[in-house]
Design a protein around this ligand. Structure first.
Ligand code: HEC
Length: 149
């Protein structure tokens, strides 16, 4: 037991500045992706409220919000760096084990938000609802597969 403890201490002392730096990088990456999702969710929720009828339909405001969602949907992904499955995160390990599938789902969201902007510009509330639901399916599918509850 004593041996194990002293070994553990040794390992602890051996952890160099570069490991601390690596930890900071990972922490920063996690913060980055969560911030990107949070920002995206701000504009996303406004469109959601419009679609579910709890916010009056303002076609021009929806276009502006959809464009923000489209742009912000490109930003979380660079935060999924190697090693960032641990820390203050709900990301599942599977993201790094099934990277192709994760990237495909990220790309799918980007495609759906591009479509959301196009449809928002038609200023047709019924079509907006359909495009919104398609994008929402993309959020949900990825959360189901790759985000912890
Ligand atoms: C390709 C996968 C993927 C897609 C698509 C996706 N998400 Fe996520 N989302 C995640 C993962 C993984 C996390 C967990 C991030 C973490 O905790 O590090 C997350 C976390 C979040 C969070 C919580 C952020 C925080 O501060 O903890 C919000 C809000 C969110 N997503 C909203 C959305 C919305 C809205 C959409 C669709 C418009 C969406 N996401 C699409 C994978 C995805």
């Amino acid at each position: 037991m004593k041996k194990i403890i002293s070994l553990a201490l040794l390992t602890l002392f051996a952890s160099t500045a570069s490991i601390a730096q690596e930890d900071r990088k990972i922490e920063q990456a996690i913060k980055h992706r969560k911030a990107a999702f949070t920002l995206m969710a701000t504009y996303w929720s406004r469109i959601l409220q419009t679609v579910d009828g709890s916010r009056p339909y303002d076609p021009n405001a929806v276009i502006v919000d959809a464009k923000k969602v489209e742009y912000l949907s490109q930003l979380p992904w660079e935060g999924f760096v190697a090693g960032s499955e641990r820390g203050d995160t709900k990301a599942k390990d599977d993201i790094w084990l099934e990277e192709d599938q994760f990237k495909k789902m990220a790309k799918d969201l980007e495609t759906k938000t591009v479509n959301l902007v196009k449809v928002a510009e038609l200023k047709d509330q019924k079509k907006l609802k359909v495009a919104f639901e398609q994008a929402r399916d993309s959020c949900n599918a990825c959360h189901k597969e790759f985000r912890k509850k």
